[in-house]
Design a protein around this ligand. Structure first.
Ligand SMILES: [Zn+2]
Length: 95
């Protein structure tokens, strides 16, 4: 579990998410998408943004598997996002 703190421009991820890389990375991508899209949980807008992001990640993985570069137009960060949030791992907070 994690949270994007809009005011502090940071992502906080509960420490137990570190037990599995896939869990941590999934949570990280989820929270970064909140930061990039500005949309909240349970909205179609967030679902669409996250789906698009998963497509970008999958595309990068396919390209990497073929040892190819990309065209420079694929970004993990929204182009209109001026600042990447900090990522913190904490011992635990209510979720
Ligand atoms: Zn969320």
């Amino acid at each position: 579990m994690g949270v994007f703190d809009k005011e502090m421009r940071r992502v906080v991820i509960r420490r137990d998410q570190l037990r599995e890389a896939s869990r941590f990375l999934g949570t990280l991508l989820h929270e970064l998408e909140h930061a990039a899209s500005g949309h909240g949980d349970g909205t179609l807008e967030f679902e669409d943004a996250l789906t698009e992001r998963m497509g970008i990640v999958a595309q990068l993985l396919v390209m990497a598997s073929f040892n190819e570069g990309h065209d420079g137009h694929t970004h993990l960060k929204s182009e209109d996002q001026a600042e990447t949030p900090r990522v913190l791992v904490c011992g635990g907070f209510p979720v």
